[in-house]
Design a protein around this ligand. Structure first.
Ligand SMILES: [Zn+2]
Length: 109
């Protein structure tokens, strides 16, 4: 007897993430180890549906080797860090004249 094919993505009706199931039945297990709770929505396909307020579970997406869009709140610290970077022309950098390791060695001698 053939086992029924698992859908590509599942989400519990009260959950925010679409997970990639590796088992069926009651509380199916996802690639990331999460047990999908409650009434389950299931979709076939490489990608889960868009625009239903849920996003793809990053761990499941990585395990399935599919591109995932990082949520904005996850990217914000990265954007802020990039905004703080100051670019300086190499000729404006005041490189030290001395090799600090040589100075320390001379002091220790
Ligand atoms: Zn997952």
């Amino acid at each position: 007897m053939d086992l029924p094919e698992l859908p590509g993505w599942m989400a519990g009706d009260k959950e925010r993430l679409w997970h990639a199931p590796v088992s069926g039945g009651y509380e199916p297990e996802a690639e990331c180890g999460h047990r999908i709770q409650g009434r389950v929505h299931a979709r076939r396909g490489v990608y889960p549906p868009q625009g239903d307020g849920r996003s793809m579970c990053p761990a499941c997406a990585i395990r399935r080797d599919v591109f995932w869009q990082a949520p904005v709140d996850l990217l914000r610290p990265l954007e802020e860090a990039i905004a703080r970077v100051v670019f300086v022309a190499p000729e404006l950098i005041k490189w030290p004249d001395e090799d600090f390791d040589e100075v320390l060695l001379a002091q220790a001698a």
